[in-house]
Design a protein around this ligand. Sequence first.
Ligand SMILES: Cc1cc2nc3c(=O)[nH]c(=O)nc-3n(C[C@H](O)[C@H](O)[C@H](O)COP(=O)(O)OP(=O)(O)OC[C@H]3O[C@@H](n4cnc5c(N)ncnc54)[C@H](O)[C@@H]3O)c2cc1C
Ligand SMILES: NC(=O)c1ccc[n+]([C@@H]2O[C@H](COP(=O)([O-])OP(=O)(O)OC[C@H]3O[C@@H](n4cnc5c(N)ncnc54)[C@H](OP(=O)(O)O)[C@@H]3O)[C@@H](O)[C@H]2O)c1
Length: 456
Amino acid sequence: MLRVAVVGSGPSGVYTAQALLRQSLVPDVVVHVLDRLPCPFGLVRYGVAPDHEKIKSLQGNLRTVLEDPRVTFLGHVRVGSPGVAPRQLHELYHAVVYCVGAATDRRLGVPGEELPGSWSATDFVSWYSAHPDAAADQFPLAAPSAVVIGVGNVAVDVARVLARDAAELRDTDVPDAARAALGRSRVRDVHMIGRRGPSQAKFTTKELRELGALPGAAVRVRADELARDPAFVDPSGLPAVARRNVEVLRGWAQQPPVDRPRRIHLRFFLRPVALLAQHGGAPGEVGSGVRAVRFERTAPDGQGRVVGTGTYEDIDARLVLRSVGYRGVPLPGLPFDPALGTVPHRAGRVLRAGAPSLGEYVAGWIKRGPTGVIGTNRSCAKETVDALLADAAELTSRTVAADPVAALRRLGQEPVEWPGWLRIEAAEADLGRRLGRTNVKIPDWEGLLSAARTAP
Ligand SMILES: Cc1cc2nc3c(=O)[nH]c(=O)nc-3n(C[C@H](O)[C@H](O)[C@H](O)COP(=O)(O)OP(=O)(O)OC[C@H]3O[C@@H](n4cnc5c(N)ncnc54)[C@H](O)[C@@H]3O)c2cc1C
Ligand SMILES: NC(=O)c1ccc[n+]([C@@H]2O[C@H](COP(=O)([O-])OP(=O)(O)OC[C@H]3O[C@@H](n4cnc5c(N)ncnc54)[C@H](OP(=O)(O)O)[C@@H]3O)[C@@H](O)[C@H]2O)c1
């Protein structure tokens, strides 16, 4: 029998378990899927936007894997420090596959980034997704203008949530406090800003189009700004997604502006150079939150990058969300490449001092870096599982724990198993019924753990 621990129950963890179940090289496989949270599905639960119900419903496909009798879900088990050390886990299982994602955000590295009112999109997403580690309702939504820095799909998500009327989020699983705060929001102008040109934006066309279909918000673009991008003027050499994006933006540039209660201003060739404080106060002083973001106008350098032009534009905002990418965090006891924010590996085998470490593997964002949609993790996990199976003979020759769950308990862990997760789901359905909504997520550790442990 091959006993495998998969650390992380996001898409890459679940696809790793699925690939292990589907192969026929080693018929007798047992998979334990561990997660530090009591809830499975990683960013599908805690990242995918609440108004993307179809993508959210992928949780249904992922759950069929976790419900397979050869799989045991062990939520609320943290690997690292504090938690179970990779060295200890290695003694309990023949193989451990780390699928821990990229939990934190990248920084801008500009003055004023720490001012009150400046947040990462990661924080904002975690808040409206009810992640139990999320910041409380501290986002300044009382001023009319907000800035989102970055033009990737996460930027589109947060801009869209800011531009929606809270009533549109009624039939989603957004926690009640976040929905109420968004309902009180006075944000009317959301400025979403790219440092390069429109043909270089990272968002995908479906997501871009969706901005133009919001009932209460109008998209505003500036034809003269878009035309600074030579590939916008002549998109014939562009890859398909960029070309389609350009077509959508061209359509918007040609339309007369529509009047709606909110506006999303899509801007390009502006790079952030500083966040400016109210009253010129120092960070941390009363009233010294963000007042505006100073951008430098950029111009294409002909090689896909941009250069500064020495002219500046300040855009007013009390709320600034930097959406400039996620970043992996080191897991104590596991090698880490700080430059890439990933675990060094070869075809999924973890490298220690440059050599493959037998029994240790990675998949997903912690292997590739924080890019790619849910489906990308399937082929990524398959590559890793192929490497693991090639090592199977050596792996199974090691003696490991007969009862790893008991061993994890002895190490101080108190796992929430699948029935506990089902109780959380039932409690969220119940909360939704009481609030007259669909399932509403429980946003705090205490609530989640008490739901998991309370008999129905
Ligand atoms: C805001 C956002 C929205 C997105 N929306 C979409 C979308 O609409 N469509 C789409 O196709 N893709 C979307 N993506 C991309 C998609 O979510 C990722 O490709 C995918 O989630 C990466 O999977 P992963 O398993 O590597 O990481 P994750 O999904 O992050 O899963 C990692 C898991 O590991 C657990 N974990 C972390 N550290 C530990 C530890 N030390 N011990 C135990 N467990 C641990 C975490 O709790 C988590 O459950 C989105 C991404 C983001 C950031
Ligand atoms: N609906 C969906 O399918 C969906 C939803 C959300 C996320 N996702 C996926 O999840 C992954 C992560 O998305 P993401 O949006 O976090 O990352 P991303 O696609 O890498 O976009 C990051 C954005 O930040 C910009 N940026 C980086 N550093 C910057 C800086 N210092 N100053 C200004 N701008 C900066 C980038 O511009 P440059 O290009 O100039 O570097 C880019 O526009 C992507 O693969 C995405 O497709 C998918």
